[in-house]
Structure formats: structure tokens, C-alpha cells
Design a binder for this molecule. Structure first.
Ligand code: NAD
Ligand code: DAU
Length: 336
């Protein structure tokens, strides 16, 4: 099978490439990635000689058309992915997430290629802490941030292209991923690398927000389950029953790294901060037979900490610019 993987130099996309070449070595992989601040070919170290890497933009219609024409399946990960950045500068989110997806859909439509769209649980908005219902495939869209609004917009384009043009497309909406090669702007790697640097972790607000954590390999196995066995035109939610509050995550990172669990700082909260995400993945489990391999968040987090300790050369180049950006974000929030 020839797979075109967009965003394959980012966090989830690069893990997808590594896992695909381990578990399905016959797959012929082409990666299309613009190598923004969030992408690096170092994330493909060890497999770069086994893939075709194309540096380019998913909104470049000519390039996309040429690559899609040669593929059996397109798995679309490329996106601007960080909520905090979307609050400072939403423009790139509209361009990559909405216009980029539109560009891919048009190429897929022209060449009749199977398409899988990787999306997020954030399109459903957020839940109350005591809400008895979790997100399901039937939950109405209600995004909060510029990031999640552009992901919701891209999902709706996919649905419209299925209905109007009969596209062979599926969508997966996953909860928060953790694991190796995640950019240090994100919550868990930011705190791990802070602790390595002797800096106190930064918790937004009171840390009451809850995220539904899933290991990136479990997410990527679910993506293949949907590509292989999912029904065209359908949506599948991906989650591993991994709800943990942010305060607990920070305390666990500190404990696992041999530090005082109370040794963190509380900083100004994210604007419009979603309170809780929680996924009901019954459909994925029962219809497609998927289940997660990482049963324990604590063990998965410990392995992730080991990865960041062993791979400082991978993350060090990102760290200074990321923390400078966070200092600016805190100034902007402080002026509100
Ligand atoms: P990431 O920011 O780590 O990686 C994004 C990749 O896309 C980078 O390699 C970047 O260079 C590339 N890219 C950005 N703009 C591009 C463009 N215009 N053309 C080509 N490439 C471009 O993101 P991630 O966390 O790996 O997320 C991947 C996908 O999974 C996204 O669609 C995101 O919405 C979705 N998702 C993420 C999570 C999560 O917890 N991180 C959860 C659910 C869904
Ligand atoms: O739910 C899926 C989504 O998960 C994906 O669609 C996004 O691409 C991905 O970035 C992630 O979004 P979040 O906003 O939930 O992730 P983030 O890592 O930015 O933050 C996780 C939680 O931690 C959130 O409640 C904010 C909080 N946080 C974050 C940072 C960076 C902190 O308390 N301190 C921090 O320094």
C-alpha cells in the first residue's frame, strides 16, 4: 500500500511513520511536511532512508495533486496544533487547517483516493467536571478556541465532501496524546524539560482542568484500524479512558522525576480554557476491535520521561524559543 502521510515530521505523524514501518513494513510511505517550527526531520531519524520525504505545504494545490495521484491512501495529520498559539495568532490555523484540508480534499476527489482525516475531541467543546456523559460520535460540534474551530471546520468539509461527492473518507477524533517526540510547547513535555532544566513546572490556573490521556502509539493503531476496517463516511472517537486532572499530572511528573510533588508554579490561566474532555470510544472498540496497549498512564508517563532524558539533543533546540513565547503569552494575559 502506498500511503501519503501529511505532517509526518510532527509529533503524532512521525510516531505514525515509525509504528507503520515496524508493524506494516511493506507500506510505501511518502511524508509531506512543511517543517514549520513544530516539524523536524530528526523525528524521523532511523527511518528517513525508508520513506520518501517531501518538504512542502498542504495548501500547495499543484504539489498536493501530484502526490495524491500516486497514493492509495492519504492520512492527514498536518495542522497547526497548539491552542495557546491560536490565541496569539489564528491566521496560520485557518490557512493550514481549513485551506490545507480543502486542498487535499479536492485532490482526493479528483483521483478517487481513500482519505483519512485525523482530528481532535476539542471539536465538541468541553464538559463539566461532573457531567455523566462523555463525548460520542453523536455529540454536537461546539469548539471553543481558534484552533478547535479550524479543526471543526476541516471536519465539516470532509463530511460535506463525503455527502456531496461520495468521497471514500473517514474521520477520527482523538483525545490528548502523550509519548516521545512531542514538541516542548505541550503540557507534559514542557514540564518534563522544565524539571530537567531545574525550572519549576507551570500549571495554568488552579489545575482543575481534566484531559483524557492516550499514548500516541495507541492513537496511531486506532488510525490504522479505521483506515483498514472503518466504514467510508463515518467518524470514530479515539480515547483510552485516561482522564487525569492537570494538577495530578504535574504532581506525578515531579514525583516520577524524584522531585517534591508540590514544587510547581501556578500561572495565569489560558483564555477560554476548556475544562474537561472525555471520550466514549465504544464504537471503535466494538465495531473495529481496537483496544489500547498502554493500560497505565503512570507507566506510559515514566517511559516518556525516560525518552526526554535520553533525547535532549532532539528537544533542546526548541526549548529557548518556546519559553520566550510563553513569557510573551503571560504578558498578554496579564494585560487583559
Ligand atoms: P504537531 O504540531 O506536533 O505536528 C504538526 C506537523 O504538521 C508538523 O510536522 C508541521 O511541520 C506540519 N505542518 C504544519 N503546517 C503544515 C502545512 N501547511 N503543510 C504541511 N505540513 C504542515 O501536531 P500533532 O500534535 O502531531 O498533531 C497532529 C494531528 O493530530 C493534528 O491534526 C491535530 O489536530 C491532531 N490531534 C492531535 C492531538 C494531540 O494530543 N496532539 C490529539 C488529537 C488530534
Ligand atoms: O484534546 C486533544 C488536543 O490536545 C489536541 O487537539 C491538541 O492538538 C493538543 O495540543 C491538546 O490540546 P490541549 O490544549 O489540551 O493540550 P496542551 O498540552 O496545550 O495542554 C494540556 C492541559 O494542560 C490544558 O488544560 C492546559 C494545561 N497546561 C498547558 C501548558 C502548556 C498547563 O497547565 N500548563 C502549561 O504549561
Amino acid at each position: 500500500m502506498k500511503a501519503l502521510v501529511t505532517g509526518g515530521a510532527g509529533f503524532i505523524g512521525s510516531n505514525f511513520v515509525h509504528r507503520t514501518l515496524q508493524t506494516r513494513p511493506d507500506t510505501d510511505v511518502t511524508v509531506l511536511d512543511a517543517l514549520t517550527y513544530a516539524g523536524s526531520t530528526t523525528s524521523l531519524d532511523g527511518v528517513l532512508d525508508r520513506v520518501r520525504f517531501v518538504e512542502g505545504d498542504v495548501a500547495d494545490a499543484g504539489l498536493v495533486d501530484r502526490l495524491v495521484r500516486e497514493a492509495d491512501v492519504v492520512v492527514h495529520f498536518a495542522a497547526e496544533s497548539h491552542n495557546d498559539n491560536s490565541l496569539l495568532d489564528p491566521g496560520p490555523f485557518v490557512r493550514t487547517n481549513v485551506v490545507g484540508t480543502f486542498t487535499l480534499l479536492e485532490a482526493v476527489r479528483a483521483h478517487g483516493v481513500r482519505y483519512h482525516h485525523v482530528s481532535t475531541d476539542e471539536v465538541y467543546g468541553d464538559l463539566e467536571l461532573d457531567d455523566p456523559e462523555r463525548f460520542t460520535e453523536r455529540t454536537p460540534y461546539n469548539p471553543s478556541s481558534p484552533y478547535s474551530a479550524t479543526k471543526a471546520g476541516s471536519d465539516l468539509l470532509v463530511r460535506a465532501w463525503v455527502r456531496s461527492f461520495g468521497l471514500r473518507a473517514t474521520i477520527s477524533n482523538c483525545s490528548n496524546n502523550y509519548g516521545p517526540r512531542q514538541h516542548v510547547e505541550k503540557f507534559i513535555p514542557r514540564q518534563i524539560t522544565n524539571v530537567i532544566d531545574g525550572v519549576r513546572p507551570k500549571l495554568y490556573g488552579a489545575g482543575l482542568n481534566v484531559r483524557d490521556w492516550i499514548h500516541v502509539d495507541d492513537h496511531n493503531d486506532a488510525v490504522w484500524a479505521v483506515v483498514d476496517r472503518g466504514e467510508a463516511g463515518e467518524t470514530y472517537l479515539v480515547g483510552a479512558d485516561g482522564e487525569v486532572g492537570n494538577l495530578e499530572v504535574v504532581r506525578l511528573v515531579l514525583e516520577l522525576m524524584g522531585e517534591d510533588p508540590d514544587g510547581f508554579d501556578q500561572v495565569t490561566d489560558r483564555a477560554g480554557h476548556d475544562l474537561r474532555y472525555a471520550i466514549d470510544a465504544t464504537r471503535l472498540r466494538t465495531e473495529l476491535g481496537w483496544s489500547p496497549h498502554y493500560a497505565s498512564f503512570r507507566d506510559g508517563l515514566a517511559a516518556t520521561i525516560d525518552w526526554y532524558r535520553a533525547n535532549e539533543a532532539w528537544w533542546r533546540p526548541q526549548k529557548e524559543a518556546t519559553e520566550a513565547r510563553y513569557a510573551r503569552t503571560q504578558q498578554v494575559l496579564g494585560r487583559r
